[in-house]
Ligand binder design. Structure first.
Ligand SMILES: Cc1cc2nc3c(=O)[nH]c(=O)nc-3n(C[C@H](O)[C@H](O)[C@H](O)COP(=O)(O)O)c2cc1C
Length: 377
């Protein structure tokens, strides 16, 4: 199927599924345990109804959003995704460049398959840096110093990884560290020649920012020790707040009291997120967690949301319920998986088109003008 025939993000997902070996597709497409939380994320967005309003001049629609003193052309950006080059070769740089071109934020993951320096350059001023706090303070400090030197002005600290998510698909696919070529893997490589050739051309994806540290990793446990911090506490966040002079957001907030604590500590923003349903199966969808959080901290701190965004209208649903900005992870990944750079662009264009059409139908000439009055009652 050609990219122009993809009408939705779901179409791009299906196209990506046909081109990518199952173990690599599942790495991105999957969620925690039975994936209940992941499914609920996008279902719950669909359940939020907005009431169309007419006889309003919407001949010029303004999709810009202002955030932390900067104006972005669209009210959504790219969420941080680790090891994305395993999904499609060169996906990191493709998406960083796309975000620069479209003037939206690109959040570079600590666990990206491209170094944070290369991503800062590709994102051309639109890069934010996402930090996984390591159990080893020198690793954390090393990343922060590098992010500073690379010119990032915004850091997103991910809070929702006190333990690794248990992802049943990855267990069934027997993903191992270091990567092992089993007969089953060979079969999937043969069935997906384009992915296999491109991966050969670009080299085996790794976790670039930790390449030296992880070179000697012989198990997932080794990787997790570097990336996962059961000991990350509010005190440690306070130290990060003192350390980082730029804008600081905390990602993975689901409880209003945690949002209030972030605001009290002087953080600039939060991302209401459940990691795309990859950490637990039992949690609430983010769009359902949002209203209580917005009640608690609106006006005190910037509120972004992710997890489950698949439609342009989802961005407006989030805005109507109190978010200032939205991030999407898999939506962009599916685009690149479906068709490399043009596929990433197609994902961006689909979300943009849906957003503009939805604004027109809501009788809203600007994204910034959408508020709770848009909600159906
Ligand atoms: C494959 C994959 C890897 C991810 N890696 C990271 C990461 O390195 N750091 C992080 O903070 N969040 C990570 N996330 C979570 C995303 O930033 C984001 O919260 C999530 O994808 C949003 O849900 P969505 O995919 O439904 O849009 C990852 C998500 C996926 C799907």
């Amino acid at each position: 199927m050609r990219l122009e025939r993809a009408a939705s993000i779901d179409d791009l997902r299906l196209m990506a599924r046909r081109r990518i070996p199952r173990f690599a597709f599942d790495l991105v497409d999957g969620g925690a345990e039975n994936e209940r939380n992941m499914r609920r994320n996008s279902q719950a967005f669909q359940e939020v109804e907005l009431t169309p309003r007419y006889m309003v001049d919407v001949s010029a629609i303004d999709t810009r959003a202002r955030l932390f003193g900067k104006t972005y052309d669209l009210p959504f950006g790219m969420a941080p995704i680790g090891m994305l080059n395993a999904f499609w070769p060169n996906a990191d740089l493709t998406l960083a460049r796309l975000c620069a071109k479209e003037n939206v934020p690109y959040v570079a993951s600590s666990a990206a398959s491209t170094t944070l320096e290369e991503l800062a350059e590709a994102a051309d001023g639109n890069g934010w840096f996402q930090l996984y706090v390591s159990s080893d303070d020198t690793v954390t400090e090393g990343l922060i110093a590098r992010a500073e030197a690379a010119g990032y002005d915004t850091m997103v600290v991910t809070a929702d990884v006190p333990a690794a998510g248990k992802r049943d698909r990855d267990i069934r696919n027997q993903l191992a560290v270091p990567f092992r070529i089993t007969p089953e893997v060979l079969l999937h490589l043969a069935l997906n020649p384009r992915w296999s050739l491109e991966t050969l051309r670009h080299g085996k994806p790794n976790v670039a920012n930790y390449a030296d540290l992880l070179q000697s990793a012989t198990s997932y446990a080794d990787v997790q020790k570097t990336l996962i911090t059961p000991g990350f506490t509010w005190d440690a966040l306070e130290r990060l707040r003192d350390r980082w002079k730029g804008k600081l957001l905390v990602k993975g907030i689901l409880h209003p009291q945690d949002a209030v604590s972030c605001a009290d500590m002087g953080c600039d923003g939060i991302v209401v997120s459940n990691h795309g349903g990859r950490q637990v199966a039992f949690g609430p969808p983010t769009i359902e967690a949002l209203p209580a959080i917005a009640d608690a901290v609106t006006g005190k701190i910037g509120i972004a949301i992710d997890s489950g965004v698949r439609r342009g209208a989802d961005v407006l649903r989030a805005k109507a319920l109190g978010a200032d900005f939205v991030f999407a992870g898999r939506a962009f990944a599916y685009g690149v998986g479906a068709g490399g750079t043009p596929g990433g662009q197609r994902a961006m264009d689909i979300l943009k088109l849906e957003l503009v059409r939805a604004l027109g139908q809501l009788g809203a000439a600007s994204f910034e003008g959408v508020g709770s009055s848009a909600l159906a009652r």
